[in-house]
Ligand binder design. Structure first.
Ligand SMILES: Nc1ncnc2c1ncn2[C@@H]1O[C@H](C[S@+](CC[C@H]([NH3+])C(=O)[O-])CC(=O)[O-])[C@@H](O)[C@H]1O
Ligand SMILES: O=C(O)C(=O)Cc1ccccc1
Length: 247
């Protein structure tokens, strides 16, 4: 994994462009996501542990919006179910290229890893195969809000009995005080991880048009509307949470 530190927003930019998952972001992504998302390492590792409980023999496990394949690698560490394979999908060419490099490196070092196929494509255009586990780890928040329900409906239709969707997201809060407190605490988390006020402000302006978080209530209602029967939050750290949705 690249160890390059994230300094993308360290210098004043005359105009802050909309955030994109391009080559510059790919180079610093492991550092960026760890220093920006409270609980990220815990969520990724335990996503593998959870997935192992839902994986059904001879089925597909999806990693949607796979970036550099952190979730795929956690699935490979924890899932031991017979005949499972992983399909990782991302629409950023730069992410997919680097993700394939990492996974090929693993394949050449270890035997008996779950087979992985990395697809460069839009998850909105995907024809889902019957799946026991679908991971959307901080990806749904980048999908246009009007597309989210239909996508979750297609995922619900693809899920096998006994399977699960694991959905991790940044949250917003309907209660104004709660929203302000957790937003301030998230900023304190970033500061504690070495980001300057300028970096925090410029990153915020870069993501505000492209990343639209929902509240926990909105997630729950939309998942039920998409046909899921049960929604169980299993992790929250500040304004970041992860949910299990059962078919
Ligand atoms: N329509 C789309 N189709 C496919 N991919 C998409 C789409 N929209 C966005 N992406 C991809 O979704 C990923 C979101 S990052 C996921 C982290 C990873 N899951 C991790 O656990 O490390 C989250 C973050 O950076 O906060 C990016 O790689 C996008 O290219
Ligand atoms: O940085 C933030 O404020 C976030 O909400 C998380 C994030 C992490 C990586 C890319 C984009 C957003």
């Amino acid at each position: 994994m690249s160890k390059e530190p994230d300094r993308l927003f360290a210098q004043p930019l005359p105009q802050v462009p909309d955030f994109a998952f391009n080559e510059d972001v790919v180079r610093v992504f492991p550092d960026m996501i760890k220093r920006s998302v409270p609980g990220y390492p815990t969520i990724v590792e335990n996503l593998g542990v959870l997935a192992a409980q839902f994986a059904q023999p001879h089925s597909v496990l999806y990693d949607l919006g796979s970036s550099l394949g952190a979730v795929t690698q956690a699935l490979r560490r924890h899932v031991r179910t017979e005949g499972c394979r992983v399909i990782a999908v991302d629409n950023s060419a730069a992410m997919v290229e680097r993700c394939r490099e990492y996974l090929n490196g693993q394949d050449s070092m270890f035997q008996e890893l779950l087979p992985v196929e990395v697809i460069e494509g839009d998850i909105l255009a995907l024809q889902f195969k019957p799946a026991s586990v679908v991971a959307l780890n901080f990806t749904l928040q980048f999908i246009a809000p009007q597309e989210r329900l239909a996508l979750l409906g297609r995922i619900r239709q693809a899920l096998l009995p006994g399977g699960a969707l694991i959905l991790s997201e940044k949250l917003r809060f309907n209660d104004v005080e709660e929203h302000a407190l957790l937003t301030d605490l998230h900023i304190a988390f970033k500061r504690a991880n070495g980001y300057s006020e300028l970096e925090i402000a410029q990153k915020r302006s870069a993501i505000e048009n492209v990343m639209k978080p929902d509240s926990l209530e909105e997630h729950r209602e939309r998942l039920l509307a998409a046909g899921f029967s049960k929604v169980v939050p299993w992790f929250q750290c500040l304004n970041f949470a992860s949910l299990i949705a059962l078919p």
